[in-house]
Write a protein that binds this ligand. Structure first.
Ligand code: ADP
Length: 396
């Protein structure tokens, strides 16, 4: 069965065609800078690689370009729109309405639209992706996989803010958690790799966005991102945790508009604000040459992660494993080493040689004697979406 996975963002469409149950990746592609005259289109199969710069004025044009490539007589991987049986969509915010993957109906679409107030930068584009996919692949079942779903198991004591109750009861103000598909995928991989029956695991997703989850017996019980994906760890350009009263100071004393504060905290802060670079590879390269700002930013980043590991170990009253994933977590031995330094009290000790080893497979990088396992597990959100979509279709 061919499953098309769609991740439609504000100016991009990421897609993969995965065959299930073999989990074979037939092709993957990315259309970026939609709305500009110089949009980039990439498309890759086992035999073909295309990189183009053309004008893609809107998402509708992006979807048409994608389907044209998929069905191209020479470069394509399908012959007909009917060859796609299922389309699995990444949807960022499922609020409290969706605790699992769902077949898309009119009611589901209405709910996703309604939840746009909670994720204005994501849900409207995810919904547009659904509507366009329905148009282009009318025979395919459409399925939504929510980033927030995995965190629906967080107990109220973890997800509720200490605000007046009506804000929680009437206005749905609470921590929802994000990156759920990745945390679910890597925690399941880690649990099966370590053959654990009962388990206390901390999953650390470090990409452009960064988040950390306490996973007890396979369920998310606490998570660093909150009502929006801005809380918690230091990210590429997001500050993560700050004293919220700082916002009043920026507005009342320094003359910032609310819009400027929003842009400051989400687009100009984090590693970018600290170093002038968003990409960790640039920051590491400068740190090696002795750049003090870059060295400090790496230390701050790791220190924040260490504090969350301590907090979540306390929340679970123990720890079996920590799991690193995503662009930084999978590739940066430097950051992993900074996180795992002076953590032996908690039973975390790195094996430096294993930490430097490179592989695209799941690997253990902790010292053999250590109480807590340290794993690197490559994430694969698209495959997780395909698996969940396939499972739902099988159970129909
Ligand atoms: P996204 O959140 O967009 O999926 P990724 O998971 O691809 O992000 O991660 C992007 C981050 O991974 C970037 O900050 C990049 O610097 C970092 N990264 C990728 N490769 C390496 C590497 N070899 N060493 C250090 N950082 C890396």
């Amino acid at each position: 069965m061919n499953i098309l996975i769609i991740n439609a963002g504000s100016s991009s469409i990421k897609y993969q065609l995965i065959q299930m149950p073999s989990e074979l990746l037939n092709c993957k592609g990315l259309i970026e800078r939609i709305g500009s005259e110089k949009s980039t289109v990439s498309y890759k199969t086992n035999t073909v690689k295309i990189e183009e710069v053309i004008e893609i004025p809107d998402h509708s044009a992006g979807f048409k370009k994608m389907s044209k490539l998929l069905m191209d007589p020479n470069k394509g991987v399908i012959t007909n729109v009917k060859d796609i049986a299922l389309v699995g969509h990444r949807v960022v915010h499922g609020g409290n309405s969706f605790s699992e993957t769902t077949m898309i109906t009119q009611e589901v679409k209405d709910k996703i639209r309604e939840l746009s107030v909670l994720a204005p930068l994501h849900n409207p584009h995810n919904l547009e992706g659904i509507l366009l996919a329905e148009e282009i692949f009318p025979n395919a079942e459409q399925i939504a996989v929510f980033d927030t779903a995995f965190h629906q198991t967080m107990p109220v004591k973890a997800k509720k803010y200490a605000l007046p109750n009506e804000l929680y009861n009437d206005h749905r103000i609470q921590a929802y958690g994000f990156h759920g598909t990745s945390h679910k995928y890597i925690s399941e991989k880690a649990i099966s790799h370590l053959k654990l029956n009962s388990s206390k695991i901390i999953t650390i997703h470090l990409g452009h966005g960064c988040s950390i989850t306490a996973v007890k017996d396979g369920k998310s019980i606490d998570h660093s991102m909150g009502f929006t994906p801005s809380n918690g760890l230091i990210m590429g350009s997001r500050s993560g945790d700050i004293d919220h009263a700082l916002i009043f100071y920026l507005v009342n004393s320094l003359g910032y508009s609310l819009e400027a504060v929003n842009s400051l905290l989400s687009k100009k802060s984090g590693m970018l604000g600290l170093t002038g670079h968003r990409d960790l590879r640039d920051i590491e390269a400068k740190a090696i040459t002795g750049n003090k700002e870059c060295i400090l930013a790496l230390e701050m980043n790791a220190y924040r992660i260490k504090k969350y590991i301590g907090a979540y170990t306390a929340a679970m009253n123990g720890l079996d494993a920590i799991v690193f994933t995503a662009g930084i977590g999978e590739n940066s031995s430097t950051l992993r080493s900074l996180v795992c330094t002076e953590m032996d009290y908690l039973g975390i000790t790195l094996d430096p040689a294993k930490n430097e080893s490179k592989s695209s497979n799941i690997r253990e990088i902790g010292s053999a004697k250590a109480k807590v396992k340290i794993l690197v597990v490559p994430t694969n959100e698209e495959l997780e979406i395909a698996k969940q979509a396939f499972e739902i279709a099988q159970n129909q």
